[in-house]
Write a protein that binds this ligand. Structure first.
Ligand code: BTN
Length: 277
C-alpha cells in the first residue's frame, strides 16, 4: 500500500477485502461494518474529518436504517450490497449545477458494472432518470446523493450512496419496500459475488467521474442509450409539486426534458413514475 492510502478496518470475517479496496481501486480510505444504521450517515460523519482522505468508501453487510430518496427508507437484507462513497468536489470539478450529471454518472457506472456480468441475455438493463437502475422494468439499484454542507472540509465533499439488491431476493422484501423491485439473484437464479460487484462499480465510477470532470461526451451518450423513459408518459414529483408529460430526452446537462401541456420543461430533480398510457 502506498503512503497516500489508508486502511481503516480489516476483519478476517469481512465479506469485503478492505485492504484491496485501497490498493486496487481509486479509494484511499475504506471501512467495512458488519451492521450499521446507514452507510450514508457514516460517510456524513467522515465528511467533517479533514484527516480522512478521499475517495473514501463505507461498506456495510447489513443496514438497519438505510435511507432512500425523499422520505423513503431503503430495504436491504443480508446479501445486498450497500455502500457510500465520499468524494472531494474540487478533485472532480463538481459544482452544484453538475449534481444532475453526477447523479446520472453514478447510475451509468452501476449499469457499466452490471452489464459486464453477463446477466441472462433476455434481461434488459437501463436507467430511470435520474439514477434508478432497472432490470426487466424492476428496480435493482437505488442511489442517494447527499451534500454534507456546513464548514470545510464537509462542505467541499459529496456522498454517493448506492444500494444494489444482489443475493437478497425481492421475494423476502416487506410490503412497504415498494411494488417493483428485483435482485440480481431473482434475475439470474443464482448467487453473485458481492465483492466483485463492489470493485466493478468503483472502477466504473472512477472512469465515469473522470468523464464528468473532463466534459467527455461519452458520458451523456451513455445515459441517453440507457434511458428507459424516452417517449414514455411520466409524472415527476419535485418538492410537493407534480408535472405530467412525455419524456423527450435526458439532456447533456442532466435535465429531463418534458413535453407538458404548456410546452417543454427542463427538470433537474424529482422522483419519476412512468404512467401506463
Ligand atoms: C433510492 O432509490 O431511494 C435511493 C436508495 C439509496 C440506498 C443506499 S444503500 C447505501 C446508502 N446508505 C443509505 O442509507 N442509503 C444509500
Amino acid at each position: 500500500m502506498g503512503d497516500s492510502t489508508e486502511l481503516v478496518e480489516v476483519r478476517r470475517d469481512s465479506l469485503i477485502d478492505v485492504e484491496h479496496l485501497c490498493t486496487d481501486t481509486f479509494v484511499r480510505h475504506a471501512e467495512f461494518f458488519d451492521t450499521l444504521g446507514s452507510t450514508n450517515d457514516r460517510a456524513l460523519e467522515l465528511a467533517a474529518r479533514p484527516e480522512v482522505p478521499t475517495p473514501a468508501v463505507v461498506v456495510a453487510r447489513l443496514q438497519t436504517a438505510g435511507r432512500g430518496r425523499g422520505s423513503n427508507t431503503w430495504w436491504a437484507d443480508d446479501g445486498a450490497l450497500t455502500f457510500s462513497l465520499l468524494l472531494d468536489t474540487a478533485r472532480w470539478t463538481i459544482t452544484p449545477r453538475d449534481w444532475p450529471r453526477l447523479s446520472l454518472a453514478a447510475g451509468v457506472a452501476v449499469c457499466d458494472a452490471l452489464a459486464g456480468m453477463n446477466l441472462e441475455s433476455r434481461s434488459s438493463l437501463g436507467l430511470r432518470w435520474p439514477n434508478d437502475v432497472l432490470i426487466d422494468g424492476r428496480k435493482v439499484c437505488g442511489i442517494l446523493i447527499e451534500s454534507p454542507g456546513g464548514a470545510p472540509p464537509a462542505k467541499d465533499r459529496l456522498i454517493v450512496g448506492i444500494g444494489i439488491n444482489v443475493n437478497n431476493s425481492w421475494q423476502a422484501a416487506p410490503p412497504d419496500a415498494g411494488p417493483e423491485g428485483t435482485a440480481l439473484c431473482d434475475v439470474t437464479g443464482r448467487r453473485h459475488d458481492v465483492q466483485t460487484i463492489l470493485f466493478g462499480v468503483l472502477r466504473a465510477l472512477a472512469e465515469r467521474l473522470k468523464q464528468l470532470a473532463d466534459g467527455d461526451e461519452q458520458l451523456p451518450q451513455a445515459w441517453q442509450q440507457l434511458d428507459l423513459l424516452r417517449g414514455r408518459t411520466v409524472r415527476i414529483d419535485t418538492n410537493g409539486h407534480h408535472t405530467e408529460g412525455t419524456c423527450v430526452e435526458i439532456a447533456t446537462d442532466g435535465a429531463l426534458v418534458l413535453e407538458a401541456a404548456d410546452g417543454h420543461q427542463r427538470i433537474y430533480s424529482g422522483i419519476v413514475t412512468a404512467l401506463e398510457r
